[in-house]
Design a protein around this ligand. Structure first.
Ligand code: GLU
Length: 469
């Protein structure tokens, strides 16, 4: 039997990190089993679907490493309406489903407001189909439904506690529970790997598989992802859109590796491993079933390590979108013609070791491309102390006299200027750095000055000096 898994997102909003994780888990499982990964877009909620969300899903999957052409599909649930209706008709014909005209109010009036489910009132009324009559599945009164779940063992549900649930609405359109099952059947899905949120649906869906005469799939319900307060990540409260992480400069490799470490770890106390190791070692059966903490601080640190591990040319290329403002990334504060690729390449290795997100490249190098530095007033106030004006004068004079404009000479020169005033190099550097870059922290100063060049360095020192009067 060929393993066939599917990822079945609904295109109703930004693509969520939890979705990316389920997609990767399916992807890996298919790889490991020599199986097939199917992508199905569950686009039947016409009121909430938008085509751009589908495009967003495809490009997010692409970015995370599940590339177009590498999977079967995408199929669209809306194209299978005929199959959904036929399955509903079969269930009705075989007596496994019945029409029901009860309103919620009527059910509540009969059962009291405490009772949440349906009381079976229409079970044996034999109502024909009709406008406003939903189709309900008749669940067994006895026995148990045992779900085989790779992560959770065998969650068992008593059938008499499973209400007769709706499978098609009054207008004949099938609901999620049925459409999802029929599609999985039609697509020959053998393993359903999906979010834990769906576990309550699973016994109902398994009963549908059985009633339709097909062997149910093996399930794997992957644990929810929670924030630091142990609340389930929500798009209203938390940053969850994969795109938001991408646009801040998280690397796809760091992101996908981190997502796989939620509730699982590779052998030997390692966290940062090649994707191929994860593909080989990952075991759905080993995933911890309790909620997994999505720790953005840790992800950020992770990302920094991935950035540092890039060959420098790749790092330079990876920074590009932030240097030019591409797609959904905000343009940098300089004009496109002010950007100097050679100057950037010269400082890139210094920046590479200092940033954790690619977007952080901008404040680190803006001084190189802007006509005048963006002065951070708090940094200015902190760095410019009594005696700073004189120090800047002396540094300017000493720099002007230099024959060679290189980091080492600049450093020894400022060291000497500082020493004459009883200042250690760090203290002497601060006013110079703010004058030239606008900030108190940044790339190593003397290398920065070397790349910035003599003219621009000196004119910025003079401008700072004027500001101090
Ligand atoms: N469209 C459903 C969702 O996004 C799919 C559930 C499933 O994987 O079965 O939650």
């Amino acid at each position: 039997m060929t393993v066939r898994v599917r990822f079945a997102p609904s295109p109703t909003g930004m693509f969520h990190v939890g979705g990316a994780r389920s997609a990767l888990q399916n992807w890996i499982y298919a790889k490991q089993q020599g199986g097939v990964f199917v992508l199905r877009i569950e686009d039947t909620d016409a009121a909430r679907n938008k085509p751009e969300w589908t495009e967003g899903i495809l490009s997010a999957l692409d970015w995370i490493g599940i590339e177009r052409g590498g999977y079967e599909g995408p199929y669209f649930q809306s194209e299978y309406a005929g199959e959904h209706r036929a399955a509903a008709a079969r269930l009705h014909a075989s007596g496994r489903a019945y029409h029901c005209d009860c309103t919620r109010e009527a059910v509540q009036a009969r059962t009291g407001s405490q009772y949440q489910g349906y009381d079976g009132f229409c079970r044996d009324r034999g109502l024909p189909a009709g406008e406003g009559r939903a189709l309900r599945f008749r669940t067994p009164d006895e026995g148990e439904t045992v779900v085989v779940d790779l992560i959770r063992g065998e969650p068992t549900f008593e059938n008499k506690l499973i209400e007769d649930f709706v499978i098609a609405r009054g207008d004949g359109s099938p609901v999620f529970l049925l459409a999802n099952v029929v599609d999985d059947m039609t697509m020959g899905i053998t393993h359903v790997i999906r979010a834990e949120e769906h576990l309550p649906n699973t016994p109902k869906q398994q009963l549908l598989w059985e009633a339709l005469g097909v062997k149910p799939p093996i399930w794997a319900h992957v644990p929810v992802v929670v924030n630091e307060k142990r609340q389930k990540l929500s798009k209203r409260r938390d940053k969850v859109a994969l795109e938001a992480f991408r646009d801040e400069g998280y690397l796809a490799a760091a992101m996908r590796n981190y997502l796989m470490l939620l509730g699982w770890a590779p052998s030997g106390d390692r966290e940062i491993v090649e994707w191929s190791v994860i593909e080989q070692e990952y075991r759905l059966e080993e995933v911890n079933p309790s909620p997994a903490f999505f720790d953005e601080k840790k992800l950020r640190a992770f990302n920094g390590e991935y950035i540092r591990a890039l060959p420098v040319e790749e790092f330079v290329g990876a920074c590009r979108p932030w240097l030019t403002g591409t797609g959904t990334i905000a343009p940098p504060p300089w004009q496109p013609e002010e950007f100097d690729a050679d100057a950037f390449a010269a400082v890139a290795p210094l920046a590479q070791t200092r940033i954790a997100l690619l977007s952080e490249i901008v404040p680190n190098v803006d001084f190189l491309f802007l006509a005048a530095p963006l002065i951070d007033e708090a940094a200015w106030a902190k760095a410019m102390k009594e005696g700073s004006a004189e120090l800047l004068d002396a540094a300017t004079a000493a720099f002007e006299a230099l024959e060679s404009w290189d980091a080492e000479t600049l450093k020894s020169t400022l060291e000497a200027v500082g020493a004459e005033r009883g200042l250690k190099l760090g203290k002497a550097q601060a006013p110079v750095r703010v004058a030239v870059t606008g900030r108190t922290v940044g790339l190593p100063l003397f290398e920065s000055l070397e790349v910035l060049g003599r003219e621009r360095t000196l004119s910025r020192l003079r401008a700072a000096r004027v500001r101090l009067f």
